[in-house]
Design a protein around this ligand. Structure first.
Ligand code: GDP
Length: 193
């Protein structure tokens, strides 16, 4: 007997309009355990599918997000602190923008963020690179080791934006992604001008 495979063939055209031909490469930097994977999963889960069980696969995919009524395509790159200097430096040189994460419950991760900022400045001198310093895990109020003021002051010294987030509560995570897109657009528009 014959069997039908039940596959659908669709010939509908889908038109995607985005502001950028090439995706923006946004890199997650920070010490181990600060929430980079959690960020990547939120980003990937909402933009692509509801099923984000396999968090290792979350990074490195293109996703389209809408910011201020305009679509932007982003490749989110997750780095692992134990990959060694070489891999991180490679990301630093190839990224368009950076989310520099620390955990508000872990002062050593805050110091690590400072080191990473200094490395970024060394690798990308004289470039206005969009960076947001992200104090994650702000839901863990009782375990806080880094005050909001310290984070804000540090960001001012580093010449970058600042936000506190909770990946666990999905608080301000999209604000961080939207903020980085806005900074990338500001840079794009000033280049065009
Ligand atoms: P990574 O090493 O930077 O990728 O960090 P992960 O995303 O793997 O997070 C490390 C641990 O912190 C995991 O157990 C996460 O569930 C937890 N975590 C991440 N973000 C938050 C947060 O905002 N709040 C709380 N309470 N836990 C978080």
């Amino acid at each position: 007997g014959g069997s039908s495979r039940g596959s659908w063939s669709s010939s509908s055209d889908s038109v995607i309009s985005t502001d950028s031909v090439n995706p923006y490469r946004v890199v997650l930097l920070g010490a181990g355990g600060v929430g980079k994977t959690a960020f990547a999963c939120i980003f990937s889960g909402a933009a692509d599918s509801m099923d984000s069980d396999d968090c290792e696969l979350c990074g490195g995919k293109d996703s389209e997000i809408h910011v201020d009524g305009e679509a932007a395509t982003i490749t989110l790159l997750d780095t692992w602190d134990n990959d060694g200097e070489c891999a991180q430096e490679c990301y630093m040189q190839s990224g368009d923008a950076f989310l520099l994460l620390y955990s508000i419950t872990d002062r050593s991760s805050f110091l690590r963020a400072s080191e990473l900022r200094i490395t970024l400045r060394r690798l990308r001198p004289a470039q206005h690179t969009p960076i947001i310093l992200v104090g994650n895990k702000c839901d863990l109020v009782r375990r806080r080791q880094v005050s909001t003021n310290e984070g804000r002051t540090c960001a001012a010294i580093f010449d970058c934006k600042f936000i506190e987030t909770s990946a666990a509560m999905q608080h301000n995570v999209w604000e961080a992604f939207h903020g980085i897109v806005r900074q990338l657009r500001l840079r794009r528009d000033s280049k065009d001008a």
